[in-house]
Design a protein around this ligand. Structure first.
Ligand code: SAM
Length: 219
C-alpha cells in the first residue's frame, strides 16, 4: 500500500463516524446539487468513487430503483461500515455493492456503468494522480455514459481568494496530514482527460468555491 493510500484510509477510518457532522453538514448542498445534475434514472448502473458515509449511494439506489444497480468503491473500511449500516437501515443493501479499493485501479470491467459520480474525493489525490483516476472513470463508463464531479475549486482567474481559501491552501501545503485536499480546476482536469463538459456550475461553501460538473468521454 503506498503512502497516500495508507494515509487516506487511516484518516477516513478514524473520522468515519463523525464525518456527517463535521463535513457533510456543510458539503451536502453541493453534493446533492451534483446528484441532481447527474440525474440518475430507473434501471441505470451507477458507480460512486469515494462514497464516504453513503449519502449519495442512497440517493442513487432510490433513483435507479429495483431495476438498477449501484456500486461504490472507497479506500476506507470505516466508511464502508458506516455506509453499509445506513443502507441496511433503509433496506437498500440488496441494490448496492460496496467495494474496498483504490480509485486509481478499480476492479470493474470496461464499459460497465451508465454513470459514475465522485464528490469531494478527486481533490484528495496528488495532482499527478488525477489523470489516472479520470482515465479509470472513463474506462468503466459505457459509450455515452456520464461522469459527475463535485470538488473544491480553485478561484477563477480575476477573482480574489477568500481568507478561508488562502488558509486552506496554506494548511494543505504545510500540514497535508490535517488538510488532505487541495482546490482543483475540475473542468480543466476533465477536459485534459478527454471529457466533454455537458453541464457545470459553481456554488460557494463558506466562501470557498465548489465546482459541480457533468461530462462525457469524447469519442
Ligand atoms: C472527503 S470524503 C467524501 C465522501 C463522499 N463522497 C461525500 O461527498 O460525502 C472522501 C472519500 O474518499 C475516500 N478515498 C480517499 N482516497 C481514496 C482512494 N485512493 N480510492 C478510493 N477512495 C478514496 C475516503 O475514504 C473518503 O470516504
Amino acid at each position: 500500500m503506498d503512502n497516500q493510500r495508507e494515509n487516506n484510509s487511516g484518516f477516513y477510518d478514524r473520522i468515519s463516524r463523525a464525518y456527517d457532522l463535521i463535513a457533510d453538514a456543510g458539503e451536502h448542498r453541493a453534493r446533492e446539487a451534483g446528484e441532481d445534475m447527474l440525474a440518475v434514472v430507473t434501471g441505470e448502473t451507477v458507480l460512486e468513487i469515494g462514497f464516504g458515509t453513503g449519502n449519495s449511494l442512497i440517493a442513487f439506489a432510490v433513483s435507479a430503483g429495483a431495476a438498477g444497480e449501484v456500486y461504490g468503491i472507497d479506500i476506507s473500511d470505516g466508511m464502508q461500515d458506516v455506509a453499509g449500516r445506513k443502507l441496511q437501515d433503509r433496506q437498500l443493501q440488496d441494490h448496492v455493492t460496496l467495494d474496498t479499493g483504490d480509485a486509481r485501479q478499480m476492479p470493474y470491467e470496461d464499459g460497465k456503468f451508465d454513470a459514475v459520480f465522485s464528490s469531494f474525493t478527486l481533490e484528495l489525490f496528488p495532482l499527478t494522480d488525477i489523470p489516472t483516476v479520470l482515465a479509470e472513470a472513463k474506462r468503466v463508463l459505457k459509450p455515452g455514459g456520464r461522469l459527475g464531479i463535485v470538488s473544491m475549486s480553485t478561484v477563477p482567474s480575476g477573482e480574489q481568494a477568500s481568507l478561508l481559501e488562502k488558509t486552506y491552501v496554506w494548511m494543505h501545503q504545510h500540514f497535508p496530514h490535517i488538510v488532505d485536499c487541495q482546490p482543483i480546476d475540475a473542468e480543466r482536469s476533465l477536459a485534459e482527460a478527454g471529457f466533454e463538459i455537458g453541464q457545470a456550475k459553481r456554488i460557494d461553501i463558506w466562501t470557498m468555491p465548489v465546482q459541480i460538473v457533468v461530462a462525457k468521454p469524447k469519442h
